[in-house]
Design a protein around this ligand. Structure first.
Ligand code: XLS
Ligand code: NI
Ligand code: NI
Length: 436
């Protein structure tokens, strides 16, 4: 097999003093933190679409990135070369997982059955590469947004024929994900939303989306696919309004349609900020409701209002994210998938490595910081104290539903004005900075 990244050797841990751009300074796969190796904490995954199919196109310009694996006019040959190149990349980088959409790996043919036959062929190759390298599939997914047939949505399309086409695609994607031993499967509502309410029957579309997910749940059972289903919130882009707006609206949707037991959430940092939240907020919401599944690790740009999908580099953010994730017991089926792309001007193959190395190091630092915060309990003690009143006999009576408005009025008339306590935000912010 030819080498596709001949200038790059296996990336090693060299420690914080290393000046080598192609080495880890903080991420050491086998190093234990809070009793678990870093690789097991993170379960890092590379996303196939950005890293191997992204070529620097934007709405104003053509691709900027040349890759040797694209050097053929035969699209199946390109697909096969790209798969080989990707596993060389995963191995050299030292990540244990990958994620892909059917359409990233497999160029669509003119009929569904031909496309499926192509996908089978490529899945076989992927399986062989997985077996050879030990790299596993964190989750698979289906692209229901690029082809023009999906311009008005997939499960929420006004046409039942498009709904059926989408169902057939997801059916196949589930089979392939199962075949590859995928630990999960993600539903991101590519164009499940609307551009204008003038032509949209929102209630009907939501019912259809739920029906679609129920069919997926049924089929999952039928084929005995054991992976975890995820739904990935995003408020806008490509449509003006996406139904899976944020974690809270996904949760309400899942509850209404009796799907909570079947789907957890895949939270993406840049989608959180597009929804006017922080990544930490979205994670915390999921933990509070027992629905955290996996994370698409990236970041947006503070000054741009779209999904820039940049690699995470902000240590403050990785620290707070890991703090929430660790406090929730860490990942089980999920992991950290770098749903991120290098900038359009970062045209060297080496830039793909720099991007991932930087992101993995940023998370390693976040993990070490968060572990120290958890061990030292400076933050959690203050939070615990802030709510201590609820642990008293009086607070417990309320929490356990033993008193109502009448008793609380009697109590208040007797005890008068409650004492107010400082929220100590600045103190807490200073404590965090002690760890960064
Ligand atoms: C796009 C989404 C997408 C999903 C997978 O914004 O993040 O990449 O993660 O379909
Ligand atoms: Ni994503
Ligand atoms: Ni995104």
């Amino acid at each position: 097999m030819p080498e596709y990244f001949p200038k790059i050797k296996k990336i090693k841990f060299e420690g914080p003093d290393s000046k080598s751009p192609l080495a880890f300074k903080h991420y050491k796969a086998k190093q234990k933190v809070l009793g678990k190796t870093m690789e097991d904490h993170f379960r890092f995954a590379v996303s196939y679409w950005h890293t191997f199919k992204g070529q620097g196109m934007d709405p104003f310009g053509l691709p900027t990135m040349e890759r040797i694996y694209n050097n053929s006019s035969d699209e199946m040959q390109v697909a096969e070369q790209t798969l080989d190149a990707s596993f060389e990349f995963f191995t050299k980088l030292g990540v244990n997982f990958w994620c892909f959409h059917d359409a990233d790996v497999c160029p669509e043919a003119s009929t569904l059955s031909e496309t499926n036959a192509r996908l089978d062929k490529l899945a076989k190759q992927a399986k062989r590469l997985q077996d050879d390298t030990g790299v596993k599939l964190l989750w698979g997914t289906c692209n229901l947004f690029s082809n023009p047939r999906f311009m008005s949505g997939a499960a929420t399309n006004p046409s039942p024929q498009v709904f059926a086409f989408a169902a057939a695609k997801v059916k196949k994607a589930l089979e392939v994900t199962k075949y590859l031993g995928g630990e999960g499967y993600t539903f991101w509502g590519g164009r499940e939303g609307y551009e204008t309410l003038l032509n949209t029957n929102m209630g009907r579309e939501l019912d259809h989306l739920a029906a679609f997910l129920h069919m997926a749940v049924d089929y999952k059972k039928e084929i005995k696919f054991k992976g975890q289903f995820y739904i990935e919130p995003k408020p806008k882009e490509p449509t003006k309004h996406q139904y899976d707006f944020d974690a809270a609206s996904c949760y309400a949707f899942l509850q209404k349609y009796d799907l909570v037991d079947h789907l957890k959430l895949n939270i993406e940092a840049n989608h959180a900020t597009l929804a006017g939240h922080s990544l930490q907020h979205e994670l915390e919401f999921c933990c509070a409701n027992g629905i955290l599944g996996s994370v698409d690790a990236n970041r947006g740009d503070e000054l741009l209002g779209w999904d820039t999908d940049q690699f995470p580099t902000n240590i403050y953010e990785t620290t707070m994210a890991m703090y929430v994730i660790l406090n929730n017991g860490g990942f089980t089926t999920g992991g950290l998938n770098f749903d991120a792309k290098v900038r359009r001007q970062s045209t060297d193959p080496a830039d793909l490595f720099h991007a991932h190395i930087g992101a993995m190091d940023a998370f390693a630092r976040g993990l070490k910081n968060a572990a120290k915060m958890i061990k030292e309990k400076r933050l959690s003690k203050i939070v615990k104290k802030r709510y201590a009143g609820w642990d008293s006999a009086f607070g417990q009576k309320i929490e356990k539903g033993k008193v109502g408005f009448k008793e609380l009025e009697i109590y208040t008339l007797k005890h008068g004005e409650p004492k107010v306590n400082s929220g100590q935000q600045e103190l807490l912010e200073n404590i965090i900075n002690d760890y960064i």
